[in-house]
Write a protein that binds this ligand. Structure first.
Ligand SMILES: O=C(CO)[C@H](O)[C@H](O)COP(=O)(O)O
Ligand SMILES: [Fe+2]
Length: 220
């Protein structure tokens, strides 16, 4: 599948979110990291900001919920207009129901796995999914170093997805930059979240072009 780039607004200026969204017109998605001080030791933003962002940009929102109770809240993010809503396997207690509720609201449904969470136990969930998100840092903060140990899991996820028809996107998130993105693409990822590498650059749009070119080259 064609490479997709999802810049994370975690690395943007939270006081100027509409301008920061406008600074990346070539992004396929805007990645929105929702953190609640419980699932991860950090707090970011919630539904009101997602609703406001949705009105401020035409770029679809890719909501990554790092929250303790995704079963309760995820459908509301879909209802608020997110194009994609991803819940963590480590937090969801009723993932089948929650993923179905996300889809019923018209959004794509994603399942995220922390670096130490294996993908194989979730094979039976694949029919409920539109995207698998493999964390390449421990969730909670931007600007962390990419974890190479996740790359074999990216390969295994790509193989599982291929066996199930290849419809499901494989996203990587954390420490993705112009250097690490090639290894992720080569391992089988096709959607790339990048926070610091985009919003830390002097020209965020040019940084996206550079990431897309590097991933496309590596896909071969
Ligand atoms: O989910 C996340 C952290 O939990 C962020 O999406 C991720 O860290 C992106 O930031 P960076 O590219 O700077 O690592
Ligand atoms: Fe994220």
């Amino acid at each position: 599948m064609a490479v997709q780039i999802s810049p994370s607004i975690l690395a943007a200026d939270f006081a100027r979110l509409a301008d920061e969204a406008a600074a990346v017109p070539n992004a396929d998605w805007l990645h929105v990291d929702v953190m609640d001080y419980h699932f991860v030791p950090n707090l970011t933003l919630g539904l009101p900001v997602v609703e406001a962002l949705r009105k401020a940009t035409a770029t679809p929102l890719d909501c990554h919920l790092m929250i303790a109770d995704p079963d309760r809240w995820a459908p509301q993010y879909a209802e608020a207009g997110a194009g994609s809503v991803t819940i963590h396997a480590e937090a969801a207690k009723a993932p089948v129901r929650t993923l179905r509720e996300i889809r019923a609201q018209g959004a794509r449904a994603g399942l995220a796995l922390n670096p130490a969470t294996a993908v194989e136990p979730y094979e039976d969930l694949l029919p409920e999914l539109d995207m698998l998100l493999l964390m390449t840092v421990e969730p909670g903060f931007g600007g962390q170093k990419f974890l190479d140990m996740v790359l074999p899991k990216v390969r295994r996820a790509r193989e599982l997805v291929r066996r199930h028809g290849g419809r499901i996107w494989v996203q990587v998130d954390g420490g993705v930059d112009a250097e690490t993105i090639g290894r992720c693409a080569e391992a089988g990822a096709d959607v790339f979240v990048a926070g610091s590498a985009v919003y830390g650059a002097s020209d965020p749009g040019a940084a996206i072009d550079e990431l897309r070119a590097a991933a496309t080259r590596a896909q071969g």
